[in-house]
Write a protein that binds this ligand. Structure first.
Ligand code: R5P
Length: 303
């Protein structure tokens, strides 16, 4: 029997696209909150013996993670053959080290929580920095969808004569790959973060690329202070207004409006987090990754 897919609130479009692409069934459930704020889930579709995927991007994770955890556990208890989590944006990957005494490595605890509730997990470009592989913290099989080829496709078509710019050392992994696919130059800036919203960026000499359009590429835009600091330095260096490309459009508070007003031409993101800047649709590679994991787990041969 085909897999059945359930969408947490806000993930309906991604879940529906995945089902359309693969011919899977879109499941029906009741998911709501009790008056006291606790989460309630009731599966209306039959899932006994079925391969189940739950789609839930984890922007604003503290509002969603417990409901996701409960939904996955209920599916198991109701006899699902396997329960996979499709989490286009995987939260809690940035606190991957004890930055200051008294802190914890919350990436580990969060991974333990999710690993205890599912058989596998698919995500898109998790923030792997000091943790080098999801296997270091997740105890279930995982697959990562890389946004780079899809970013490259969009930039290659939409931006003439680009110069790819990574705002910090961590971004080099995406920027170099995207630039390689497009066949354009790239440079990486140096960033220092002093607090949640305090970021400074320095730009190495880019005079030789003055005739190109800078395209800032980062995995996450949250306060957008990283992108805004980079935009300011690029403009000071005499570059034309940049295009900003983020994989995960978290955009807290007024960040999106602030970035739009900072002297850029456009903000573009993938649809891992539903946002007005979404231009790059990753439903197809996400569906393919989920399909691989379903097949691995059910013992079918993966082509
Ligand atoms: C940092 O490690 C990430 O790659 C991003 O640069 C960062 O998360 C962006 O955050 P913000 O938008 O708050 O500056």
């Amino acid at each position: 029997m085909n897999p059945i897919v359930f969408a947490m609130q806000g993930n309906e479009h991604m879940a529906a696209r995945i089902c359309e692409l693969r011919g899977w069934e879109l499941g029906s459930w009741e998911m709501r909150r009790f008056p006291d704020g606790e989460s309630f889930v009731r599966y209306l579709s039959e899932i006994k013996g079925r391969d189940v995927a739950i789609v839930c991007s984890l922007d604003r994770p503290d509002e969603k993670a417990i409901a996701l955890y409960l939904a996955a556990n209920v599916a198991r208890e109701l006899g699902a053959r396997q329960v996979g989590l499709v989490i286009p944006y995987l939260a809690y990957m940035r606190q991957d080290i004890r930055f200051h005494p008294g802190e914890g490595i919350t990436a580990k605890y969060f991974a333990r929580l999710l690993s205890g509730a599912c058989d596998w997990l698919v995500t898109v470009d998790p923030h792997l920095h000091r943790i080098h592989s999801l296997d270091e913290v997740y105890q279930v099989p995982t697959r990562i969808v890389h946004a780079a080829p899809h970013l490259a496709e969009w930039i290659g078509v939409q931006v003439a004569h680009p110069l790819l710019v990574g705002p910090d050392a961590e971004s080099e992994q995406w920027v170099s790959e995207v630039a390689g696919v497009i066949g354009c130059p790239f440079t990486v800036l140096q960033k220092t973060r002093y607090g949640d919203s305090e970021v400074t960026v320095t730009v190495p000499g880019i005079d030789r690329w003055r005739d190109r359009t800078p395209v800032l590429v980062d995995d996450i835009a949250s306060t957008a202070r990283t992108m805004m600091a980079a935009v300011a330095r690029l403009r000071e260096a005499g570059m034309v207004a940049p295009v900003c490309v983020a994989v995960h459009a978290l955009f807290s508070g007024t960040a999106y409006a602030d970035l739009l007003a900072s002297g850029i031409t456009e903000v573009v993101s993938t649809n891992t987090v539903t946002h007005p800047s979404n231009r790059i649709n990753l439903a197809a590679p996400i569906a393919a990754a989920a399909d691989m994991l379903f097949r691995d787990r059910s013992g079918k041969v993966v082509p």
